[in-house]
Design a protein around this ligand. Structure first.
Ligand SMILES: [Zn+2]
Ligand SMILES: [Zn+2]
Length: 167
């Protein structure tokens, strides 16, 4: 085999290698464009921004992708939607913090029974007339235990102004 023939083979191999590398680079470039296309569509519905994003990746290979990731909208549409749902849920939670344990309808925190299903929610202390929890044996405001054994505690007691009008 002469030198000319060897160089010829080498040239062909190098040529082939060049094409393989070029093809690989083009493939990566196209992939970056496709990725950008999908990404921008997930982040905005504005056509102008979509075209701009894809153009960056298409016209400035690879570097355009970097610029795009810096400038793209921070949240995707799905993330924004999720966030708005969360906020809505929180607002709803604050508005309807007090619900009837029986019928789950909204009630005022001072109700002593549910206006919808008439379930007893709280009771009035027979001594001080304040609304207290049904499960509390002793009124936390005046110390009355509802059993007539008043004065058992060392608390200073309020006058029995409303003992007569308890329900
Ligand atoms: Zn109810
Ligand atoms: Zn009381």
């Amino acid at each position: 085999m002469d030198i000319g023939g060897t160089l010829g083979v080498l040239g062909t191999v190098l040529d082939l290698l060049k094409w393989v590398v070029a093809g690989y680079v083009v493939l990566l470039w196209m992939a970056s464009v496709i990725w950008t296309y999908r990404d921008i569509h997930a982040r905005t519905e504005e056509t102008l921004l979509q075209v701009l994003g894809v153009s960056l990746a298409l016209l400035i290979p690879f570097a355009g992708l970097g610029i795009y990731t810096l400038l793209r909208p921070r949240q995707t549409i799905a993330e924004r939607y999720e966030r708005s749902l969360e906020e809505e849920y929180l607002r709803h939670d604050i508005e309807e913090q007090f619900v009837c344990p029986q019928c789950q309808r909204g009630i005022d925190h001072e109700y002593i029974l549910c206006p919808h299903c008439h379930t007893g929610l709280r009771r009035r202390c027979i001594a001080c007339d304040r609304v207290i929890d049904l499960t509390w044996a002793i009124c936390p405001y005046c110390g009355d235990d509802g059993s007539g054994m008043v004065g058992r505690t060392t608390n200073v007691r309020l006058p029995h102004v409303s003992r007569s009008d308890h329900a």
